[in-house]
Write a protein that binds this ligand. Structure first.
Ligand SMILES: [Cu+2]
Length: 121
């Protein structure tokens, strides 16, 4: 029997490495230490997990596992991945605490939340 979960994890790990390599600010964030990356996959028109909990200064990376293009677009207009084609990924760094609800602009029934907490509390 194939171990699908392991295959998925390895595939995503490779994508994450490429994202970090392509983004200059990632190096800066990691140099300061304590910055973490949380992955949200888009599969079958669903953000997984639907709520990503991080601390201020952390990053969230969205990767599209669907054939259809998707976005992750904040309802308050502060950030937007833009359209992600299949297997594309984009990272967003969150420097302000808050609860950021977002949708896919192509499929507004797709909803997710990024919960950003202060490091002190
Ligand atoms: Cu979509």
């Amino acid at each position: 029997m194939r171990k699908l979960s392991e295959i998925t994890r390895r595939r995503f790990g490779q994508g994450l490495g490429a994202a970090i390599a392509l983004t200059g600010e990632a190096n800066l964030a990691f140099a300061h230490g304590g910055s973490h990356e949380v992955a949200v996959r888009i599969d079958d028109f669903t953000f997984v997990p639907p709520t990503a909990e991080i601390l201020v200064g952390d990053n969230v990376t969205w990767e599209n596992g669907d054939h259809a293009p998707h976005t992750a677009t904040s309802l308050d207009g502060t950030w937007d991945t833009g359209p992600l084609e299949r297997a594309a990924f984009r990272r967003v760094t969150f420097n302000e605490p808050g609860e950021y609800r977002y949708v896919c602009t192509f499929h507004p029934h797709m909803k997710g939340t990024v919960l950003v907490r202060n490091r002190d509390g």
